[in-house]
Design a protein around this ligand. Structure first.
Ligand code: SAM
Length: 317
């Protein structure tokens, strides 16, 4: 069944559509952010954005060539631009690997990993490789990225994106990310762009309204805690672990970060970028989380006109 919601329609009709399609999700969203603006942005089509792949092209050169299509810059990412088209996969810059289609919020995690050439980096849940290719450009193709994903079915797309973008330093592995916990203090930086319930992706595909189930979030939260714990073990002292999701569900976000803060010596740092978020939850649904989680970045779709997103920057002392 194809879901149709008019994003410019009456706000009560938009809310009613959520309630009819998935009452459980509707009730949860009311607790997370019941504002009219939130519901309107939850269904507003996402702006198309791309990142220039500086492994293959200069930003200025691509901007000049695409100037008719560019509608603005992503304020927090020098290489990020908004485009006025929906179907860019046929434009030569894409096929040549000069640009990568990437939602503006999803450009944030690699930006806060403090990446430098020659580093050894673990991307624990990497496919299809948007962030792996971004990490490679900040490493200037010097060093090593272990790009891992558990799903065989998603490995080909990861490899083809790495090839298209000219990434020469990635070693692709197919493991459950929890496996990497055995490599203690090995990596300079680790990214956990975790599998999640995709609540923040409703703007991208309304199908996510129907698919979301609270039941799934409990299992995902458990997996996310174990992946983040493995990542934390694997990072070197002084190194950064970034945790990100495209969901707004607190048990997949603040609760996961709170778990690491309570069970390790991890320190949390603020995400220092020109992007506006909302206050993270320190209390939700009868649970209390560390005050430190206030340093996380929680993006509701209306905060910076992005998908719903969450980022935490952790450091091992
Ligand atoms: C949000 S997506 C990653 C997107 C990717 N980082 C990017 O920027 O293109 C989450 C990924 O986690 C993978 N995944 C799920 N369970 C996993 C596990 N236990 N270990 C490693 N990867 C897992 C999924 O196959 C999926 O590709």
């Amino acid at each position: 069944m194809k879901v149709f919601i008019d994003p410019d329609g009456d706000i009560e009709e938009i809310k009613e559509a959520f309630r009819l399609i998935n009452p459980e999700l509707y009730e949860r969203l009311l607790k997370i952010d019941g504002s009219d603006e939130f519901f309107r942005y939850m269904v507003k089509p996402l702006r198309v954005s791309v990142r220039v792949n500086t492994l293959k092209a200069e930003v200025d050169e691509v901007v000049e060539n695409l100037k008719e299509l560019i509608t603005g810059r992503v304020p927090w990412c020098e290489e990020g631009f908004y485009l006025s088209i929906d179907e860019f996969s046929r434009i030569p810059e894409h096929q040549l690997g000069l640009i990568f289609s990437q939602e503006a919020a999803s450009m944030i995690p690699p930006l806060v990993m403090e990446l430098e050439p020659k580093m050894t980096v673990l991307d624990i849940a990497a496919s299809p490789g948007a962030k792996t290719t971004q990490i490679a450009q900040y490493l200037q193709n010097e060093g090593c990225i272990v790009a891992n994903d558990v799903k065989h079915s998603r490995i080909n797309i990861l490899i083809s994106n790495l090839q298209r973008c000219g990434v020469l330093i990635a070693k692709v592995t197919v493991k459950d990310g929890r496996y990497f916990g055995r490599f203690r203090n090995r990596f300079d930086a680790v990214l956990v762009d975790a599998p999640c319930s995709n609540m923040g992706m409703i703007r991208k595909n309304y199908r996510n309204i129907r698919l979301w189930k609270m039941r799934d979030c409990y299992g995902l939260s458990k997996l996310q805690k174990s992946l983040l714990m493995a990542a934390y073990k694997a990072v070197k002292p002084g190194g950064v672990v970034v945790y990100s999701t495209c969901t707004l569900e607190p048990i997949e976000n603040e609760e996961v970060v709170d778990y690491i803060l309570r069970n390790t010596d991890a320190e949390i740092e603020e995400v220092n970028l020109p992007v506006k978020g909302v206050e993270p939850f320190t209390k939700f649904d009868g649970k209390e989380y560390s005050e430190e989680v206030r340093k996380c970045l929680r993006l509701h779709p209306q905060s910076s006109d992005t998908e719903g997103f969450f980022v935490a920057k952790l450091r091992k002392p």
